[in-house]
Ligand binder design. Structure first.
Ligand code: UFG
Length: 336
């Protein structure tokens, strides 16, 4: 299939592009570099030995988006085009609602106009809000604690409504847990703007000497060592989940919600220790206060992904720590 990757130059989109091409599909990328840069495309072409059609457009711009569909035969769309920083979404909620919803509306309208009926959406485990219990299953209660999360939940609901009204549509909503790691080449990886908010990029920037020490946000949670527990998943496993989702969408109609996680929870200190062991490095850390909005534990029940899509994570924590460091140590300043 020929797949449009909306927001395909970002961290998850770029890894998905490589896996799509490895699996024998082809990709077209539309991205405005609001959270990525042209160097990503150069490296994608080098890794895949393929010329990837690219459009530097705001995906929310219907006219420009329509041109992409007119100039390429698009079979399906993966929608990664959204802002994703929790803290920033609390400071600039309108910017988040405007961008994340408008990109979705434009994609739906232009898909309809061009008779494209398969869509995979990049959602997040954040839609489970404050979980009543773990592991998290797709049918469990949703709720959000910040505007970013609310855009993900709103889009899930919009896509469900639109697909219910049009029986030709096929929509897969993928709820990601915590993606880390990078392609094994070390040529593409996560490249956060400024000081990282997320755990793994913070750790790798401490390791490379850009930051003095890690702050561990709280050691008094009701977890085995008191620090927060998450379901970390290798970004290449996550990328492969998108291929399975697209192939599922090709053969079915309706809406499916699917968790992409490993089902294993690791604490912040587990991650620090695993990173130190995998890479023979020391990560200095200090215990700090809890970060507002954080929850104690979040990990997936990955059974539906296995049963419905035939997908499960294959890489372990050591692979994730090694590949994250391989990317960071070879690209001290990211793509600069
Ligand atoms: N943490 C630290 N120090 C840091 C950064 C994080 O101790 O400097 C801790 C957090 O408190 C948490 C864990 O590391 O316990 C993971 O934090 P991340 O910020 O890496 O990830 P979150 O689970 O908070 O957030 C991620 C995504 C969000 C998404 C959320 C739920 O970044 O986009 O999962 O799916 F909304």
């Amino acid at each position: 299939m020929n797949i449009l990757l909306a927001g395909g130059a970002g961290y998850i989109g770029s890894h998905t592009c490589v896996e799509l091409i490895n699996a024998g599909h082809s990709a077209v990328i539309a991205d405005d570099f609001s959270n990525s840069c042209p160097e990503v495309l150069k490296r994608l072409e080098e890794l895949t030995n393929t010329k990837i059609p690219f459009y530097n457009i705001d995906v929310a711009d219907n006219e420009k988006l329509d041109k992409v569909f007119k100039e390429n035969k698009i079979d399906a769309v993966i929608h990664f085009a959204g802002f994703k920083a929790v803290g920033e979404s609390c400071e600039k909620p309108l910017m988040y609602y405007r961008n994340n919803l408008d990109t979705t509306f434009a994609l739906l309208e232009v898909m309809k106009k061009n008779n494209v009926t398969k869509l995979v959406f990049s959602s997040s485990a954040t839609v489970y809000g404050i979980p009543e219990s773990v592991p998290l299953r797709e049918g469990m209660k949703t709720g959000c604690t910040n505007p970013y999360g609310r855009t993900k939940l709103m889009i899930e609901e919009i896509l469900t409504d639109v697909s219910a009204a049009d029986e030709s549509l096929s929509v897969v909503l993928l709820r990601y847990f915590n993606p880390i790691g990078a392609h094994k080449s070390g040529r593409i990886g996560e490249n956060p703007n400024g000081i990282p908010n997320n755990l793994m990029p913070y750790i790798t920037q401490v390791a490379v000497g850009k930051l003095p020490s890690l702050g561990v946000f709280g050691d008094d949670y009701n977890t085995p060592d008191g620090t927060g527990v998450r379901d970390y998943i290798h970004v290449v496993d996550l990328a492969k989940g998108h291929i399975k989702a697209i192939e599922y969408a090709e053969k079915h109609t309706g809406t499916e919600i699917v968790n992409l996680g490993t089902g294993i929870g690791y604490s912040v200190l587990d991650i620090v220790k695993a990173f130190e062991q995998a890479n023979g490095l020391k990560i200095p850390y200090v215990i700090k206060a809890r970060r507002p909005g954080d929850i104690a534990e979040c990990y997936a029940d990955p059974a539906k992904a296995r049963n419905l899509l035939g997908w499960q994570a294959e890489k372990d924590l050591q692979d994730m720590c090694r590949d994250s460091w391989n990317w960071q140590s070879n690209n001290k300043n990211g793509y600069e």
